[in-house]
Design a protein around this ligand. Structure first.
Ligand code: ADP
Ligand code: MG
Length: 591
């Protein structure tokens, strides 16, 4: 799937050090970190002293005929206590590092969400939605995992390496040298194998990605796939990728399976060399040799894990980079310092020589002027892509105009606080937007303080009350995944919401285009009642509404090509006349 876009210069935007120090700021809290460090040091120290105690105990047993029972018992009890302390500290360490990481992830997500909610629509236009979502969800998780596992393992690995090296040197520098030589061999072979298997694993991941894409196409676009009889081709594509995945997958598994036996073999070589060098050359006791073997293991193991730890930390850093990009995104919507509240809006709207384009290379709205008196109805008609919705986007200030001015009650909308500007408008769109919650909560979305009576009154006004009452739980019916309300019913709920919010200006953008005629009639009546006392902008509506409109704007390719009342426009025999004949004439017959 190609839905994710790579940030072009994302890699250079922050250095690794910057990312790390920022992550540290999210993670570091003295109250959490001091105990965490203490726990990791104690549990590391326990692991490191254990082999020495064990070695001495072995020496106490091995001497034939003179086993020092008291010493062995003491050693056994000490070891037991140490194991308990070690396990306890390990638990504390895991718990605290999880806590620190979860907190950091929570805070990072919060900052990203805060930024996402103030970014203008323009940001969402230029970014793939899947990509934004994946930064927010997956990348945040990756950072958390990297912090918990990666950093934790790194810390305990370092303690293990340094500690065992010190103890080995104390026991015998010569044997330590032998261990170092053999460990280097292990490390080199392991990294060679890992390199090879990584190549295959990466290829495998890419293939899984494309396989996902094909499957997703089929799952989400099942209807379209069937409609165009695409099943066979889709199947063929799937089979091809699936087959490749099988081959690469087997190679990856083979290479992956090689790592463990090889490193084990070399590790065993290390044990033998410790035994030989230690016993024959350095003359160490049996107990000394056995502690050495454990130390060599403690010393070598973190090296084996090093590549996977490094990968995990690098992944976390890359993920953190991607989220920080979102958090640092500039151009958030901010109100001007002297912005005013829109109060007691009567609904006078003026467009003055407005110019606008989504992309500078494609000028869209050009020199658009319109004066709308309070309480009047403006109908906007025109072919798809003419710029009808764009006019609404500008009025709501979802996008800022390039030149000219838009005024609400004679105040430039750029000097009105966004929140109060948007509260002045009620919008009903083609796609009704309901959130997870009860019907009641959905209606009260714009006015959380509304009483049950007010909510019901609004629903009655919107002709939604009767169907809501017939729902199993009435107004307390939960709307969420798997709700089976029809499109028309959802639309009625959004209308009730708008009625309750009681805005001075309403905007209906293709609000009934996806609805059956019976429901449409009902919605139509609700709209007409709503429009009586308010300034309204209606786009692509029924003929009856357009005929009654105070002004009809006929748009084509971003320009208002005709403007006037129904009869005047028909007489012109221009685009409106054409549209009327092709779209509305048949509707009139059925009225
Ligand atoms: N967010 C956007 N970014 C870039 N171009 C857009 C965006 N929204 C709409 N357009 C383009 O602007 C033109 C007008 O679109 P729109 O106002 O939605 O038309 P209408 O509502 O009349 O069908 C179309 O060519 C459309 O492709
Ligand atoms: Mg539109």
């Amino acid at each position: 799937m190609s839905r994710s876009i790579k940030s072009k210069n994302g890699e250079e935007r922050y250095t690794t050090l910057q990312v790390l120090s920022r992550l540290a700021k999210y993670t570091f809290r003295p109250a959490l970190f001091l105990p965490l460090i203490a726990a990791v040091i104690i549990s590391g120290a326990v692991d490191i002293t254990m082999p020495t105690i064990m070695g001495r105990a072995i020496d106490a047993i091995v001497g034939p005929g003179n086993v020092d029972f008291a010493y062995v018992l003491k050693a056994a009890v000490t070891m037991l206590i140490f194991y308990i302390v070690g396990a306890g500290m390990n638990y504390v360490f895991n718990m605290l590092s999880n806590k620190a990481a979860n907190r950091a992830v929570r805070d990072i997500r919060r900052d990203a969400y805060d930024k996402l909610s103030v970014l203008p629509l323009k940001y969402y236009d230029t970014k793939a939605h899947g990509d934004i979502q994946s930064r927010f969800i997956n990348d945040a998780d990756m950072v958390g995992d990297g912090l918990v596992q990666g950093v934790a393992q790194l810390l305990s690995g370092i303690i293990s390496i340094v500690g065992s090296l010190i103890f080995m040197l104390l026991l015998s520098p010569v044997v330590t040298l032998a261990v170092l030589v053999v460990t280097s061999i292990t490390f080199l072979t392991a990294s060679a194998i890992t390199k090879m298997s990584n190549k295959y694993f990466r290829a495998q991941q890419a293939l899984v990605g494309s396989l996902n894409g094909v499957a997703e196409e089929l799952i989400h676009g099942a209807k379209t796939v069937k409609l165009f009889n695409y099943e066979k081709r889709s199947q063929q594509r799937f089979d091809k990728i699936n087959g490749e995945l099988n081959i690469i997958g087997r190679r990856a598994q083979f290479a992956g399976a090689l790592t463990n036996p090889t490193t084990r073999f070399v590790n065993h070589l290390a044990y033998i060399s410790v035994g030989v060098v230690g016993g024959a050359i350095a003359g160490i006791s049996a107990g000394g040799i056995s502690s050495f073997i454990v130390y060599s293991n403690l010393f070598a193991k973190p090296f084996n894990d090093l590549t996977s730890i490094a990968t995990q930390i690098m992944t976390a850093i890359a993920s953190a980079r991607r989220i920080f990009e979102v958090i640092d995104e500039t151009g958030a919507e901010e109100d001007a310092k002297d912005a005013v509240e829109a109060e007691n809006v009567v609904g006078k709207v003026d467009f003055e020589d407005v110019n606008f384009s989504y992309e500078p290379s494609h000028p869209l709205i050009r020199d658009f002027s319109l004066n709308v008196e309070p309480g009047s109805t403006v109908a906007i008609v025109g072919p798809t892509g003419a710029g009808k919705t764009t006019i609404v986007n500008l009025l709501m200030r979802f996008y800022d105009i390039d030149s000219g001015a838009i005024k609400l009650d004679d105040i430039d909308i750029r000097s009105i606080k966004r929140e109060s500007l948007r509260r002045s408008f009620g919008m009903v769109l083609q796609d009704s937007w309901l959130f997870e919650g009860t019907v009641r909560e959905n209606i009260a979305y714009g006015r959380e303080d509304a009483s049950d009576e007010e909510i019901e009154a609004a629903a009655k006004f919107a002709h939604a009350h009767s169907f809501i009452s017939r729902l199993e739980k009435g107004y307390d019916t939960y709307i969420g995944e798997g709700t089976t309300l029809s499109h028309g019913q959802m639309q009625l709920i959004t209308i009730a919401r708008t009625v309750l919010a009681n805005p001075p200006v309403i905007i209906l953008d293709e609000a009934t285009s996806a609805i059956d005629t019976v429901t449409e009639r009902r919605i139509q009546r609700a709209f007409e009642k709503m429009m009586q006392s308010r300034t309204s902008f209606v786009i692509a509506h029924r003929l009856s509404t357009i005929q009654r409109a105070d002004v009809i704007l006929v748009m084509n390719a971003g320009r208002v090509v005709e403007q006037g009342r129904h009869e005047e426009l028909l007489e012109k025999k221009g685009l409106y006349f054409e549209l009327y004949n092709s779209q509305y004439a048949s509707e009139e017959e059925t009225e």
